[in-house]
Design a protein around this ligand. Structure first.
Ligand SMILES: Cc1ncc(COP(=O)(O)O)c(C=O)c1O
Length: 468
């Protein structure tokens, strides 16, 4: 039995199983599987041809995507299974077709989910290509030791690329943790406060409210501002904040995923010894951030930088090592900092995907450019809402509207269900607002292509015309 698969690799290996040198030009189209492609465009050695046409062959036909930003050199691998023969590799040159709408060409749709959320297509495809036999190790990244050299390289690269992206200095530790951002709601006070210490919370939506409530168990948490009475549509003026002089930290949520309010700049703790702490789960790496303003930033990965399962904490090193005695080891930053996030088995696959995302963001030129793209995407969406004569309404104050999560309602709220259903039929899914607020929400994280938002706004205009 043979397994045929293909991927893209850096090296241009061109030896067939019988040692023959192979190369060829090939155009990819959705209908042409690897098997046909090989037959049509390459002269394969008999063994490879037999493998590709074997009735037992498993063809993974999608990895070489015409519309994806893949490197031009593609590699077709022909691997006999259950035989002690070497992998055969045939290289060919892919001629890229013009971009095609994901929904038409590939079965991928525009996913507006708030998280887990859409990931860059190039990352998904790279992970797919590397999945079976990670860098020639003979196993996937999911199967190998977290203490082996391959994973060691992955986690180190994830950290160093993130440091580059956000300009994180050596004064800060970068930790890859588990338990979601929700676990950080407890870990933050446990690490930064003694039991009687006080900490200030600005509550701009459901997530900062949860952080505040959890912290009450581990410190004297003060609610110094809440946007609840105004349905979480605002960020306070910083001068209005009545901070407590003895507060150990001031906690904010950088972007409220449910309500769509985002801090555009950051308050400073009034006490110079206090720290600014931010939950940046839903706008992490969506724009440059001056990390030096913060004692601690934490973010669940599953919105902008990876799958669920890993939470990243960026902690100023001098704050580490003072956890309350009751702190479980898994919540103690010192334990994780001292063991380079490998105290126990980490979420290896999730960290690997984060590493690919960070690499992708660097390849895009870094976060300043990413922010511009995000502004452009959010801009056309908010403009469509604002120019709809009240047909669509975004309740959030304009100056603090999120670039990541755009909540809106329809004037005729009974049409919202129809709107969401019709959008799904057009290949735009997960547009339902959070169950606590209803309405519609479009999450347009880094990986949402401009084309996805363009398609959404075209649909919104059309929907409005059809249902005046
Ligand atoms: C801003 C924010 N904070 C915290 C959380 C909780 O994250 P997790 O589910 O990873 O615990 C979320 C989840 O959506 C979020 O959006």
């Amino acid at each position: 039995m043979h397994r045929i698969f293909c991927g893209y690799e850096d090296g241009e290996v061109s030896k067939g199983e019988d040692g023959a040198s192979l190369s060829g030009e090939a155009s990819f189209s959705e209908e042409v599987g690897i098997e046909k492609l090989a037959q049509r465009s390459l002269s394969l050695p008999p063994a490879a041809m037999a493998a590709s046409s074997s009735p037992h062959a498993l063809l993974v036909q999608q990895p070489l995507r015409p519309s994806s930003p893949l490197p031009c050199k593609q590699t077709l691998l022909v691997a006999p299974l259950r035989r002690k023969t070497r992998l055969s590799t045939i290289s060919c040159t892919a001629v890229r077709s013009p971009p095609v709408s994901p929904s038409v060409a590939t079965g991928r749709i525009f996913n507006f989910a708030a998280g887990p959320a859409t990931l860059p297509e190039s990352v998904i495809l790279k992970a797919q290509a590397e999945l079976y036999n990670y860098h020639g190790s003979g196993m996937s990244i999911m199967e190998m030791s977290h203490r082996g050299k391959e994973f060691d390289a992955v986690i180190k690269k994830a950290e160093s690329d993130l440091r580059l992206l956000l300009g994180i200095s050596d004064d800060y530790a970068v930790l890859f943790l588990q338990g979601g951002a929700t676990t950080q709601f407890a870990a933050v006070p446990l690490n930064l406060c003694a039991p009687g210490d006080s900490a200030d919370f600005v509550v701009t939506g459901s997530w900062s409210d949860k952080a505040f409530k959890e912290a009450q168990k581990f410190c004297k948490a003060n609610l110094i501002w809440s946007g609840k009475s105004e349905k979480y549509t605002k960020i306070p003026a910083f001068d209005d904040l009545k901070q407590n002089p003895d507060a150990k930290f001031l906690h904010i949520c950088g972007n409220e995923t449910i309500h769509g309010v985002e801090f555009k700049n950051y308050p400073s703790p009034s006490n110079k010894n206090a720290l600014l702490v931010a939950d940046m789960s839903s706008n992490f790496c969506s724009k440059p951030v001056d990390v030096s303003k913060f004692g601690l930033i934490y973010a669940g990965a599953q919105k902008n930088v990876g799958p669920s399962g890993v939470t990243i904490a960026i902690v100023r090193k001098d704050l580490i090592g003072n956890a309350q005695p009751i702190t479980p080891v898994m919540l103690d930053y010192k334990i994780h900092a001292d063991s380079a996030s490998l105290y126990n088995t980490p979420p290896c696959f999730a960290i690997y995907i984060c590493a690919l995302v960070f690499e992708d963001l660097l390849e895009q030129g870094g976060l300043a450019g990413v922010e511009k793209k995000n502004q452009k995407k959010a801009g056309i969406l908010y403009d469509t809402i604002d120019e709809s004569n009240g047909y669509y309404v975004c309740p959030v104050e304009k100056s603090v509207r999120s670039l990541m999560n755009v909540p809106f309602t329809l004037k005729k709220s009974d049409l919202e269900k129809k709107f969401i259903e019709e959008a799904a039929k057009e290949g735009m899914v997960q547009l339902k607002g959070h169950r606590s607020v209803g309405g519609v929400r479009a999450s347009i994280y880094n990986a949402m292509p401009f084309a996805g938002v363009e398609k959404l706004v075209a649909f919104m205009k059309d929907f409005q015309a059809r249902h005046p």
